[in-house]
Design a protein around this ligand. Structure first.
Ligand code: KIV
Length: 288
């Protein structure tokens, strides 16, 4: 495991050597710090934040201000894991200038190492423009959750010839535009393995199967902290919701029974000071 911060070069080297790249999402400092210390290579501050942290029904509710704030917290926790900001809906759909300004905000205000966006063929010029500014870009093909309205749901992409062609051609165009890695979301495993072999840059799977250069999951899915919607490709490693509920119920019971706070949770003061206060203001603790 490298002790230095990951860069586009170290990730490319990992891919070239056949080393598998690991990636998770994070939205806050404490989680980012544990992800960093656990040796995960990349962290995505995803617009999934709108759902898993803010409780919205979809990712369309993420805003630039929301994402910059979360990215700032995550960046502070990562001294070796590369931090990627997810550009929210509305931050890259308009002009190239707007897209460039929003990408720059993530770098200057939130200190991220790269940006990602759900680039369709319409956004290839924007990818090029951001790369030309000197900002590293991660592409994203397959399922674009920001297009949930047009797609009619969050479903697998690339099963038909037309949709598979779209995945392949978008990935090739993104590589050509200068993206240094591409996320494959909800794409048949065979197709992402095929595109991974065609490309020269790392591919990261979230529901794209084991044939990609790396794997990504949404951390609240991994920890069992989000049960409003769990995609079939997600794996729940822990039951943090259950643990939280149990812990909060135990705290409530202890407060109600008087078991908390105990003596070790209380600050001490001398009897002398207390006696003076009682003498000055009246009322003695002895009589309470
Ligand atoms: O917002 C997010 O977490 C994402 C991943 C699902 C790729 O975009």
């Amino acid at each position: 495991m490298t002790e230095k911060k990951h860069t586009v070069r170290t990730l490319q080297q990992m891919r070239d050597k056949g080393e598998i790249i690991t990636m998770l999402t994070a939205y806050d400092y404490p989680t980012a710090k544990q992800i960093n210390d656990a040796g995960i290579d990349m962290v995505l501050v995803g617009d999934s934040c709108a759902m898993v942290v803010h409780g919205h029904p979809n990712t369309l509710n993420a805003t630039m201000d929301m994402m910059v704030l979360h990215c700032r917290a995550v960046s502070r926790g990562c001294n070796r894991t590369m931090v990627i900001a997810d550009m929210p809906f509305g931050s890259f759909q308009y002009s190239i200038e707007d897209t460039m300004k929003n990408a720059a905000r993530f770098v200057t205000e939130a200190k991220v190492d790269a940006v990602k966006f759900e680039a369709t063929p319409n956004h290839i010029e924007k990818t090029k423009a951001i790369v030309q500014m000197g900002i590293a870009v991660v592409g994203h093909v397959g399922l674009h959750p920001q297009a949930v309205g047009a797609l009619g749901g969050l479903t697998v992409q690339g099963k038909s010839v037309d949709t598979a062609r779209k995945v392949v051609s978008e990935a090739l165009a993104l590589q050509e535009a200068g993206a240094f890695a591409i996320i494959f979301e909800a794409v048949p495993a065979k197709l992402s393995a095929y595109v991974t072999r065609k490309l020269d840059i790392p591919t990261i799977s979230i529901g794209g199967g084991p044939g990609c250069s790396g794997q990504l999951l949404v951390t609240p899915d991994v920890l069992g902290m989000f049960d409003a919607f769990t995609p079939s490709f997600a794996k729940k490693y822990q039951d943090f919701n259950g643990l939280m509920k149990q812990t909060f119920a135990q705290y409530r019971d202890e407060v109600l029974s008087g078991a908390f706070p105990a003596e070790e949770h209380c600050y001490k003061m001398s009897d002398e000071v207390m006696e003076k206060i009682e003498a000055e203001f009246g009322l003695s603790l002895i009589h309470i």
